[in-house]
Design a protein around this ligand. Structure first.
Ligand code: BDR
Ligand code: CA
Length: 311
């Protein structure tokens, strides 16, 4: 089994990603760390526990992390995910507790306790918690197996400003820290997630599953699709965060290039942009495996297979 930590700001597509990971027999979800992002921390901490309970997995520990980005005020995305962060599905008050330990301490402790090179970090939101962990405990960097993160945009343009993708834009300083840390990093930017679209036919695949998780995922994607259909057209909305879990499970679904990527931290106009040195013009050593293509039918089949094992 691959041990993973999921760091997340649920978030509708985060929810589908978490369910997929919990459904996979190949993954050990060591814990879920939450961060402020799509909605404030109090809601992401609640939503993560609701999602674990949907999967009948109340024993998965959920840790609350940073309430705001390193240097800037929080920017949220209720216009996409609704006021609750999970609009479109019925929500309950979770019975499982939030862990007393801070998410940053959990990340540091886990990487130190576990065998070096055995834990993969699945990053589905702003990178604040991981940047904090790296600054507090630089020794953890050499112990990370891989950082797989949803974030960034280059060829496609941005989704929160013309040049920036949401997760990087919310905490560009954290993103810069993570991209420069020296660990193996795979990045799933909008350039690839915009090819993983939840078309009505693909949503139908999940709707046809006989269990609750399949229907929840279908309901969530229908909400996404409604929001984004004017923007992205008849193919439906992109399903961003689940690509991270799919990559960990089946990297062969994706392709890209090892490149040098940096983050804009200063310009007001292009804050959070992630210029990609696609043609190697800087001569700088590649720091990122930057993915640009996905077998999107294979990706949806993988989601359906893993979701089908849940209640
Ligand atoms: C990212 O932003 C969030 O709204 C989504 O959950 C995803 O992580 C896409 O830009
Ligand atoms: Ca997210």
């Amino acid at each position: 089994k691959t041990a993973i930590i999921i760091d997340t700001d649920p978030g509708q597509d985060d929810a589908v990603a978490i369910l997929t990971a919990l459904g996979s027999a190949q993954l050990e979800v060591v814990g879920i760390s939450v961060v402020a992002g799509n909605v404030p921390l109090e809601l992401t901490a609640k939503n993560a526990r609701i999602i674990c309970e949907w999967a009948d997995r109340p024993e998965v520990p959920v840790y609350a992390g940073c309430e705001r980005p390193l240097l800037r005020p929080l920017v949220t995305a209720e216009h996409v995910h609704g006021k609750t962060g999970l609009d479109g599905v019925p929500l309950h008050e979770p019975a499982m507790p939030l862990q007393p330990e801070h998410a940053v301490d959990f990340i540091i402790r886990t990487l130190r306790e576990r065998e070096a090179g055995s834990v993969t970090l699945c990053m589905l939101g702003p990178l604040t918690n991981l940047a904090m962990a790296i600054v507090r405990a630089p020794d953890i960097v050499g112990r990370i197996r891989e950082i797989v993160l949803m974030g960034g945009a280059y060829f496609e343009g941005g989704n929160i400003t013309p040049s920036a993708e949401f997760n990087i834009y919310v905490d560009p300083d954290a993103a810069a820290t993570v991209l420069a840390c020296g660990a193996a990093i795979t990045m799933l930017p909008l350039d690839v997630t915009h090819k993983a679209t939840a078309s009505p036919a693909r949503i139908g695949l999940l709707r046809a599953l006989p269990n609750r998780a399949g229907n929840l995922a279908a309901d969530i994607m229908t909400t996404l699709e409604r929001f984004d259909v004017q923007r992205y057209g008849a193919n439906g909305a992109p399903l961003h965060d689940p690509t991270v879990i799919a990559y960990v499970l089946q990297p062969g679904l994706f392709s890209g290039r090892k490149v040098y990527v940096a983050v804009e931290q200063n310009s007001e106009l292009t804050l959070g942009a992630t210029p990609v040195d696609w043609w190697g013009v800087t001569g700088k050593t590649a720091n990122v495996n930057y993915l640009t293509t996905v077998d999107s039918d294979g990706f949806f089949r993988l989601l359906a297979d893993n979701l089908s094992t849940l209640p």
